[in-house]
Design a protein around this ligand. Structure first.
Ligand code: FPP
Length: 236
C-alpha cells in the first residue's frame, strides 16, 4: 500500500485525455498556450505517481490529428512546447528509468519535434519502471483504417501488428484498463478506440492543469472498486 492505494498489477494500462487547458487559461484571461504550459506540471506529477503505483503503461493524448484544425498560432505554440519539453521530459525519464515513446503519424510533425521525439525514444529505450506513451498526431480511426488496408492487401490476419505499425508503436502494450478524461467532457475523441474495448471510463471535471498525483490516486481508487466482467457473468 502506498498512500492508501495498493500498487497496481504488473500490466495495468492507464490512458488519459488531458482536456481543459484552454478553458483553464481563458478563466484566468491568459492565452490558451499558457494552459498548455501549465499542463506540463500536471503531466510530471501524474507520471511520478504512475511510477510509484507501478502502472505498466501510461498513454497520454497530447495532440490529436483533428487538433491541426486549431488556429495556426495555437498549433505552433503546442509544437514549440513539444520540441522544448521532449528533451526535458526525456532527461527526467532517464533519471526515473521510464521508457518514453510516441504513437501517431510522424510525417506531418515539424522537424524539431520529430528529431526531439526520435532522440527521446532512443535515450529512454531501456526504461523499465513505466512505459510512457505520448499520442501525437494520433487518430484511432485513421490507424484502424490503415491497419485494415494493410491486412487486406497482405492477405494475413495479424491485425494487432498492422495496427501497431499504423500508429508507429514499437512494441505491443496491454489493452487500456482505465481511461481518464479531465475537463468535464464525456467522450472518447478518437482515442485508442480498439484498445479501450473493455476500458473502465473515469470522467472528472477538473481542467488538466488542476490534475495531479492525488487526483490520479482518486481515479485509481474508483477503478479498484469497479467490477470488470468482460461480457461474462460474475462467478459465485
Ligand atoms: C486539451 O486541452 C489539451 C491539448 C490539446 C494539449 C495537451 C498538451 C499538453 C498538456 C502539453 C504536452 C507536453 C508534452 C511534453 C507531452 P484543450 O486545449 O482542448 O482545452 P479546452 O477543451 O479547454 O479548449
Amino acid at each position: 500500500m502506498i498512500n492508501g492505494i495498493s500498487t497496481m498489477a504488473d500490466s495495468l494500462h492507464v490512458a488519459i485525455i488531458m482536456d481543459g487547458n484552454g478553458r483553464w487559461a481563458n478563466e484566468r484571461n491568459l492565452p490558451r498556450s499558457a494552459g498548455h504550459h501549465a499542463g506540463i506540471r500536471s503531466l510530471r506529477e501524474t507520471v511520478e505517481v504512475a511510477v510509484q503505483r507501478q502502472i505498466h503503461t501510461l498513454t497520454l493524448y497530447a495532440f490529436s490529428s483533428d487538433n491541426w484544425q486549431r488556429p495556426h498560432s495555437e498549433v505552433q505554440a503546442l509544437m514549440r512546447i513539444l520540441a522544448a519539453q521532449l528533451p526535458a521530459q526525456a532527461a527526467h525519464c532517464v533519471r526515473q528509468n521510464i521508457r518514453l515513446s510516441v504513437i501517431g503519424r510522424r510525417d506531418r510533425l515539424p522537424a524539431p519535434v520529430l528529431q526531439a521525439l526520435i532522440r527521446a525514444e532512443a535515450r529512454t529505450i531501456h526504461g523499465s519502471a513505466l512505459h510512457l506513451r505520448l499520442a501525437l498526431d494520433y487518430s484511432a480511426r485513421d490507424s484502424l483504417t490503415r491497419a485494415a488496408e494493410h491486412v487486406g492487401s497482405n492477405g494475413n490476419g495479424d491485425f494487432m501488428h498492422a495496427l501497431m505499425r499504423a500508429y508507429n508503436a514499437d512494441c505491443p502494450v496491454p489493452d487500456v484498463d482505465l481511461l481518464i478524461r479531465t475537463g468535464g467532457e464525456q467522450r472518447l475523441s478518437d482515442f485508442l478506440l480498439w484498445e479501450c474495448a473493455y476500458a473502465e471510463l473515469y470522467f472528472t471535471a477538473e481542467y488538466w492543469p488542476d490534475f495531479n498525483g492525488m487526483k490520479l490516486d482518486e481515479a485509481l481508487a474508483a477503478f479498484q472498486k469497479r467490477q470488470r466482467r468482460y461480457g461474462a457473468v460474475p462467478v459465485g
